[in-house]
Design a protein around this ligand. Structure first.
Ligand SMILES: Cc1cc2nc3c(=O)[nH]c(=O)nc-3n(C[C@H](O)[C@H](O)[C@H](O)COP(=O)(O)OP(=O)(O)OC[C@H]3O[C@@H](n4cnc5c(N)ncnc54)[C@H](O)[C@@H]3O)c2cc1C
Length: 283
């Protein structure tokens, strides 16, 4: 069977009746089959318009799970703190992948190298899951349980990503290290969101991806930096921080664990410098 409903309720009904594989942009799904087709029992959610909206309601920015990376880049209504998500979107695969791949698919696939995850962690994201039984909202860090493991139940669709209004402050940057410039799986990536009061860091969120089974916020580092002046010697503090306590990178074909640890420190420093430079240029 191949279903392509245009209403979310129809999709949820069919999911409640039989075991179906959800297909959005298929940019993770199709390669995972290692065949030239998706097989049977597919629920294609790409025709559901309500999953493609970005709006603001009840104190939350609501990003539909079917929003593509290109949609994010082209959205001119997002505040500056979403720049990291835009910079990340522009580095996801190629233009073709950005046109098809969705933000919801990136989260549900739950790869340790999913570039969207650190950005959304730094935005304090929660995710909304719908089923015929109703709605569940989980913090993103509670939704992704491990490499390729999520809390998604068989009868649920990830409908939206919710960003609280309070998190929509400051400027942000995304940095990704790969073995080449384009079409590359991250060796490490950083999403940094930062706010200043005069020259004091009043708020900061730093998330590191590809250096543990699930991307991580490094709250101890954030707490250490809050209240510091940008005139202080921040580089030494950032580089000497004990990342080993929070990250557990793997050795693989793209890099050793010690290399990943070393580059993440430098990337964190550079992401903070890049974000600070936006205040200097634009404020
Ligand atoms: C050449 C290439 C380059 C790539 N480069 C990058 C990169 O640089 N960075 C990166 O992070 N990723 C990259 N990817 C991976 C992929 O493009 C992204 O993860 C993309 O965002 C996945 O979205 P999708 O809509 O295609 O998901 P799909 O492939 O349709 O689905 C992925 C998984 O999520 C499930 N799913 C999808 N949507 C939902 C939903 N709303 N509710 C419940 N379950 C759902 C599906 O059942 C499936 O298990 C690349 C892939 C390719 C092929």
């Amino acid at each position: 069977m191949y279903y392509r409903p245009d209403k979310i309720n129809e999709a949820l009904d069919s999911l409640s009746r039989e075991k179906l594989t959800i297909a959005a942009g298929c940019t993770d799904l199709l390669p995972s089959t290692q065949q030239d087709n998706l097989g049977d029992n597919i629920l294609d959610i790409s025709g559901i318009k309500s999953l493609k909206n970005v709006d603001f309601e009840n104190g939350f920015r609501r990003i539909g799970s079917g929003v593509t990376w290109t949609d994010i880049v082209e959205n001119n209504n997002l505040p500056k703190c979403y720049d990291m998500l835009k910079e990340c979107s522009l580095e996801i695969g190629s233009r073709q992948i950005q046109n098809l791949g969705t933000i919801g698919g990136n989260l549900c696939n739950a790869s340790p190298a999913a570039d969207g995850v650190p950005c959304l962690l730094s935005l304090d994201a929660s995710i909304e899951l719908l089923s015929v039984n109703g709605k569940r909202v989980l913090k993103l860090e509670d939704f992704i349980k491990g490499s390729r493991k999520t809390e998604l139940k068989n009868n649920e669709i990830l409908s939206a990503i919710l960003i609280p209004k309070e998190a929509e402050i400051g400027y942000s940057s995304f940095l990704k290290l790969g073995a080449r410039k384009y079409l590359v799986i991250s060796i490490a990536m950083i999403a940094c969101k930062l706010n200043l009061e005069k020259d004091i860091i009043s708020d900061i969120a730093i998330s590191v991806g590809s250096c543990s089974a699930v991307a991580k916020r490094i709250k101890s580092l954030e707490n250490m930096l809050i209240g510091k002046s940008i005139k202080d010697e921040l580089s030494t503090l950032i580089l000497n921080f004990n990342y080993e306590e929070y990250l557990s990178p793997i050795n693989d074909i793209r890099g050793t664990n010690s290399y990943r640890l070393k580059v993440s420190k430098v990337l964190v420093k550079n992401a903070i410098i890049k974000t600070l430079s936006k205040f200097n240029l634009e404020d």
